[in-house]
Design a protein around this ligand. Sequence first.
Ligand code: B12
Length: 213
Amino acid sequence: MTEMNELRQAMSDLDEDTVLRIVHGIAANGGGGVAQAMEACQNGMKDVGDRFEAGEYYLGDLLFASEVMTGALEVIKPFLGAGLTGGKGKLILCTVHGDIHDIGKNIVKSMLEAAGFEVVDLGIDVAPEVILGAAKSEGIKIVALSGVLTLALDSMKAVVDSFIGAGVRDNVKIIIGGNPVTEEACKVIGADGWAHSPQKGVDICLGWAATSA
Ligand code: B12
């Protein structure tokens, strides 16, 4: 088995010791292969989700999986998006109303910060009016929304609608991300961009920051 397959399997099996041993090894070697390690961990989390759906894992297992993933992330975080410079401006990031999943959001946050953005992290289960209020008071030009549950798509639409309702839709670019997001969903929601991969999301935001500078 390759090391990345072993990492995916260990995440899937909730074998914390093996997960940490492998990611610490990557960090000790200067962070080479960190993107592959992230992907392996994420695939392992998908396996955890499948095993939860199949009735093999319970809610407590999902919680433990999130602890293992967060622990792995802490170790590899310094190597994500290394080498980029700051000064790209402020943006809002949060998990939308009704959704409390934040592991993906936190990965995106690390990568946005590494790319030079100042991230105003509003947390999880955030109501549209809170996002709108923060965008107005902080003079925000980019809003990044995360959601993992299917119902998050409705909440994302509610955010876009609240900006339209307040007459300030043109003041911001809105990007949506997370598993249920698709090109089609992006159109229906009325967002300006979407991505599954955090790196693609960062690239989109960098493009927006460059044109609004
Ligand atoms: C860990 C986990 C939990 C933990 C979350 C802990 C935490 N602090 O986040 C806990 C135990 C709390 C939990 C609870 C629930 N969960 Co849950 N959970 C998971 C699990 C196993 C992993 C999610 C995860 O962290 N993945 C790893 C991260 C790194 O990936 P990610 O979130 O997709 O993020 C990546 C990308 O999507 C992207 N991304 C994310 N956001 C953004 C934003 C932008 C702007 C961009 C560009 C990119 C981007 O970048 C990230 C990094 O690559 C998934 C299984 C799965 N297949 O995802 C189920 C899953 C998401 N959960 C599910 C369910 C049903 C629930 C519960 C309803 C269970 C229950 N019966 O109570 C509750 C919901 C609570 C709520 N209201 O939100 C379902 C969702 C089904 C659906 N389609 O709606 C899943 C898919 C499991 C399943 N197969 O049934 N869960």
